[in-house]
Design a protein around this ligand. Structure first.
Ligand SMILES: [Zn+2]
Ligand SMILES: [Zn+2]
Length: 137
């Protein structure tokens, strides 16, 4: 995504589009790897020497408040972040710790008799061995 498009998204969400914020957004858009604060910081520090981890952290919190970013707090790992996009569930591999996005479309999560519960957020989180790791075992 171009800087101009990101600037517009931030403006539309009442976020002042500072250079650091735009770069953080761009990073999340390019690397859909559920990065941690540290990973984002280490990637951007060369380009933005004034960047601090606190800035990265605060920016991600702000993005999450405006529902641009989803915070993943999985399995006692460090918090991870991703842009809010299509519905997907997460699969975490217990061997390599990689988090996989798996598309998910079933909207009828609730069984009969529970249809009156209004779902506002869904966090489905599966654990196991990814195909790569289960081959090795
Ligand atoms: Zn694995
Ligand atoms: Zn994801």
């Amino acid at each position: 995504m171009e800087t101009k498009a990101i600037t517009e998204i931030l403006n539309n969400n009442d976020i002042k589009p500072s250079y650091a914020r735009i770069q953080i957004y761009k990073y999340l858009e390019m690397y859909k790897s559920h990065p941690t604060v540290d990973e984002i910081y280490l990637h951007l520090i060369d380009e933005i020497p004034t960047l601090s981890k606190t800035t990265v952290y605060n920016t991600l919190n702000l993005f999450s408040e405006r529902e641009l970013v989803l915070v993943l707090n999985l399995d006692n790992l460090e918090k991870r972040y991703e842009l809010v996009e299509q519905n997907h569930i997460h699969f975490i591999c217990e061997s390599c710790k990689k988090i996989y996005d798996i598309p998910y479309e079933d909207n009828n999560l609730l069984p009969k008799g529970f249809e009156n519960f209004q779902i506002e957020e869904k966090h489905i989180f599966l654990k196991g061995q990814c195909p790569k790791c289960s081959k090795l075992n």
